[in-house]
Design a binder for this molecule. Structure first.
Ligand SMILES: Nc1nc2c(c(=O)[nH]1)N[C@H]1C(S)=C(S)[C@@H](COP(=O)(O)OP(=O)(O)OC[C@H]3O[C@@H](n4cnc5c(=O)[nH]c(N)nc54)[C@H](O)[C@@H]3O)O[C@H]1N2
Ligand SMILES: Nc1nc2c(c(=O)[nH]1)N[C@H]1C(S)=C(S)[C@@H](COP(=O)(O)OP(=O)(O)OC[C@H]3O[C@@H](n4cnc5c(=O)[nH]c(N)nc54)[C@H](O)[C@@H]3O)O[C@H]1N2
Ligand code: SF4
Ligand SMILES: [Mo]
Length: 870
């Protein structure tokens, strides 16, 4: 039977059809889902591969020992009760996640605010969407995305600001690409200090200096006024603060963007002259100490021109996590209450308290993520419950956060995996169900609420997050309030509570679903909020009705501020960070798919050629990146995609998947004063050559921790691959390899090379390759796909590449059909392929999920350029 559900990953919120078969769960896109109409990206397509027990936490643990659920839950309840009794409610905290379902999130918020009596609940959305929430609230009086995905298709110009949509919201990107193909006059502009896969679709790239977005949009606002593009009647009737905002914009100096006059002019011309304009923004905007101001600088321009909430126009914040929006709706942030109500407002508090029949209610906002972990460090917080996130890895100053969690008197972690750094520091580990086992709702970037439905029974003894919290709440004496029997029951209560908010004039109103039956909840189709007698679905604000005290939107007077920390002689480069196409955050799930790990097998540092020269970095060598907080060792990728003076690195590698890839060890916890969101993309660092004396590549059937100074691990269909490097050459390679692989009794073939750094060793068991190690003085240049495919096979592996009659496919570009870069380049050359579709016809590459299409078009451009140059 096919089950309709929603993808576990990004905020696009794609509908998924999951069909359990004897071989595993088959995954396809839901052609009827309004977010994706059948499309899925590489990560969504590989969801079936993550539904396995490998590595899963299957029983509760107290300390190092398995425990019964009763013992674990009793202990959690007793410790939280005792801590609150002895030290007051503000000595406890929850740190939760935009990957929880709405129903889980609702219970967390109700338990801590209404019953434990503190607002010390914050979420990883603080690292993600907090600046947008603050920006929306300042401008609109509410945290609401005005438009819908259809606007992206109807727009005549789309400005993508600090968003790598091609890799981070691939299906939305494909919708835009298809719209542009159908309406070629549609223009795309990418505003990012770095050239990315997203830039490939863009008509032009605005490669601004890191952190200068406010100056750019201030300049735009001043030009909007100068060129008579203000919608005066909209501004007069519906906007506060226009004059001051414009005055501040006129004072702003666009030269800090580092852009030339031509690019600035092209940007301003296109924005002003295109009425149907959508400005999409994401982490390049939010993760900044002026994040909220960046958001408001964008909203200012849309308000001044009245381009908001109408078809094909508006500001559009794309959300990261699958339920970032749901978390905002239930009030999962420390400064929110529930259903868009405010903690600070006594009437709102009284309304929610009486609805919940709650014994208590905090009167002030709780601690935001960074402050919360500072309070853990200082001992102010004595009992902490982390659910569905890995703060020891994803928060800035990650080493300090990890130590603070380790030292906290009582830490509970609800997780799917016991191996995460945060889980390793827990006193009590609770096994949570994950995607495929859970059931509930999520809300995507365009306010569409969709059902996640379970496909399989919970693995081991794992329980749903809402169930775990209800069990603890009951043990703390709140049986009646947490006696939920199902997610449907929780959802009904959540929907009913939105009626309290609606009575206060709030927009998050889903009272139309407050009486939904279990059967209708089970069958719930994707539904865009609001859902009420007054309004269902649609856009917001075209009518000029906002949620501020006087009903008008606020434009804000804004001033550019550089990132909090200046670069210096000691730390001369800015470290930008972000995502790669086929990994999700800390890889706990995408890392299980050998298909996905093939796209990028190790952490890297993108460096401009000028900087590589200046700091002595070699192509594919190892760089040591350092600052006052810590250091990382990363593979050097020399590329002019990044601006001189900045480096870029992905955030996906942990202490479990690499020796030195935890890049948040280097990010200072500077926050935006308005939103509390940390500046994750602008850390001053120094770089130097690591001084590797040898480089290595290994494959092994088992999962190990290599004994090398540098290593990074990735899963293969039949084992693991390891990239390696060392500062000292081992005196005996055979002994070294034996020690690393732990293989005493295998048959060994060994070839030593021209120098002491160079060696090839293969370990065979029963005639099949169990492990192999290739080392060299310079970065190892063997055919990795050949070597990884040879594992557990009996082919001669030591040559490190296929024999002459078998071409080497090269690094994998298309994860779905496993097509390598050499295969693609050869096919382009031999068959004179001129388009991405032609590559698809020849090789299937790019024809399933389409996530690699930007890379295919880059390869085409590269070969066309080289042909043209010949
Ligand atoms: N493949 C994949 N997709 C994901 C995720 C994932 O882990 N993997 N995570 C999801 C989540 S939670 C999120 S939040 C989203 C994030 O989605 P995005 O925000 O698109 O992703 P990032 O790569 O973090 O950052 C986007 C861009 O911001 C740019 N940037 C850095 N500094 C500045 C600046 O000062 N100004 C401007 N204009 N740009 C700047 C970076 O160079 C980068 O290209 O992705 C979601 N989708
Ligand atoms: N330098 C830098 N740092 C960043 C960012 C950046 O761009 N640069 N981006 C930030 C952003 S936008 C985000 S969203 C964060 C993400 O950072 P995290 O939230 O720390 O990353 P995840 O790996 O998604 O962590 C989710 C955890 O929950 C577990 N899990 C999955 N499903 C469930 C479930 O249903 N229940 C429970 N209990 N557990 C589950 C997973 O195994 C995983 O360990 O990182 C932030 N950190
Ligand atoms: S774009 Fe990809 S990761 Fe995002 S929801 Fe769709 S299938 Fe999932
Ligand atoms: Mo995020």
């Amino acid at each position: 039977m096919t089950i309709k559900t929603t993808c576990a990953y990004c905020g696009t919120g794609c509908g998924v059809l999951a069909t359990p078969t004897p071989e595993g769960v088959e995954i396809a896109g839901d052609t009827k889902h309004p977010a994706n109409f059948g499309r899925l990206c590489s990560k969504g397509s590989a969801l079936g591969e993550t539904l396995i027990a490998e590595g899963r936490l299957l029983t509760p643990q107290i300390g190092d020992h398995s425990a019964s659920w009763d013992d674990a839950l009793d202990l959690v309840a007793q410790k939280f009760s005792q801590t609150i009794a002895e030290h007051g409610p503000n000595s406890v905290a929850f740190y939760v996640s935009g990957q929880l379902l709405t129903e889980d999130y609702y219970v967390a918020n109700k338990l801590i605010k209404g019953y434990m009596g503190t607002a010390n609940i914050d979420t990883n959305s603080r690292l993600c969407m907090a600046s947008t929430v603050a920006g929306h609230k300042r401008a609109f009086g509410t945290d609401t995305v005005p438009g819908t995905y259809e606007d992206l298709e109807e727009a005549d110009a789309i400005f993508l600001v600090g968003s790598n949509l091609a890799w981070c919201h691939p299906v939305l990107y494909q919708r835009i690409a298809a719209a542009k193909a159908a309406r070629p006059h549609m223009k795309i502009v990418n505003i990012d200090p770095r050239r990315t896969a997203t830039t490939d679709l863009a008509d032009f790239h605005v490669q601004l200096a890191s952190g200068s977005d406010v100056a750019l949009f201030n300049h735009l606002l001043a030009q909007i006024a100068e060129r008579g593009a203000v919608d005066q009647s909209f501004v007069d009737s519906h906007v506060n603060g226009f004059v001051d905002a414009l005055e501040a914009a006129k004072q702003s100096d666009p030269s800090v963007t580092g852009l030339d006059a031509e690019t600035l002019e092209a940007f301003v011309d296109l924005w002003i002259n295109t009425e149907k304009t959508v400005t999409v923004f994401s982490q390049g905007v939010n993760q900044s100490t002026s994040g909220a101001d960046k958001v408001n600088s964008i909203l200012n321009c849309h308000l001044a021109t009245g381009r908001i909430g109408r078809p094909g126009m508006g500001p559009f914040s794309v959300t990261g996590q699958p339920n970032a929006m749901g978390g905002r709706e239930v009030g999962g942030l420390a400064n929110m209450l529930a259903a868009h109500l405010d903690v600070e407002n006594p009437d709102h508090r009284a309304g929610v308290q009486s609805f919940w029949n709650a014994p208590t209610m905090p009167e002030a906002p709780g601690l935001k993520a960074i402050d919360m972990f500072n309070a853990v460090e200082s001992g102010e917080i004595k009992a902490l419950w982390v659910m569905c996130t890995n703060p020891a890895q994803s928060l800035p100053e990650a080493d300090r956060v990890r130590a603070a969690i380790e030292d906290c008197p009582f830490v509970v972690v609800s997780e799917m995996f016991g191996s995460t750094e945060t889980a390793q520091a827990a006193d009590v580990l609770l096994p949570a169900t994950g995607w495929g086992e859970k059931t509930g709702t999520v809300t995507n970037s365009d306010r569409m609420m969709s059902r996640q439905r379970s496909i399989m029974a919970p693995l081991g003894e794992s329980k749903h997050d809402w169930e775990i919290m209800c069990e603890v709440a009951k043990r703390m004496g709140w049986e009646d309030a947490f006696n939920f029997a199902s997610p449907a029951e929780i959802f009904r209560e959540h929907a009913a509570l939105s009626g309290v908010a609606a009575d206060f004039g709030k927009d998050f109103d889903i009272t139309g679903l407050a009486e939904i039956s279990d059967a209708d909840y089970d069958a719930l189709e994707p539904t865009r909020w609001p859902v009420s007698a007054k309004k269902t679905g649609g856009r917001f604000f075209a009518d000029g009705a906002f949620y501020t005290p006087n009903g008008k939107a606020n434009m804000l007077a804004l001033t550019h501020r550089a990132p909090a920390q200046e670069t210096s002689d000691e730390y001369p480069l800015r470290m930008n960070s972000g995502r790669v196409r086929d990994h999700w955050h800390t890889q706990t799930r995408t890392g299980m798919s050998a298909r996905l790990t093939r796209h990028m097998g190790e952490p890297y540092l993108e460096v401009h050629p000028e900087d590589a020269l200046k700091y002595g970095l070699k192509p594919a060598g190892m760089a040591k990146v350092s600052n006052q907080h810590g250091s990382a060792i990363l593979r050097v990728l020399i590329s002019d995609k990044t601006r001189p003076g900045t480096v870029f690195t992905p955030l996906h590698w942990t202490a479990d998947t690499s020796s030195h890839g935890r890049i948040n060890a280097l990010v200072t916890a500077n926050v935006d004063a308005v939103s509390g969101q940390p500046e994750s993309k602008a850390a001053p660092v120094s770089v130097a050559d690591f001084g590797a004396k040898w480089y290595g590549f290994a494959v092994c059937k088992s999962n190990l921790r290599p004994n090398a100074d540098y290593w990074a691990k990735a899963k293969l269909p039949k084992g693991y691959q390891y990239e390696l490097a060392g500062a000292e050459i081992p005196s005996d390679w055979e002994a070294y390899a034996k020690d690393m692989f732990g293989l005493e009794n295998a048959d060994i073939s060994i070839v030593t090379g021209a120098n002491a750094a160079s060696c090839r060793v293969a370990f065979m068991v029963d005639g099949k390759i169990e492990a192999a190690l290739f080392t060299s003085q310079s970065p190892v240049s063997i055919a990795r796909t050949f070597v990884t495919d040879a594992l557990d096979d009996d082919v001669p592996i030591l040559a490190g590449r296929p024999s002459a009659d078998q071409p080497d496919p090269g690094a994998i570009v298309c994860a779905c059909f496993n097509v390598g870069v050499n295969t693609i380049l050869n096919a382009i050359d031999e068959n004179q392929l001129l388009s991405v579709d032609a590559i698809g016809e020849a090789l299937d590459a790019g024809t399933n999920c389409g996530s690699c299409r930007p890379e295919l078009s880059a390869l085409l451009a590269q070969t066309n350029l080289s042909t043209a140059a010949e």
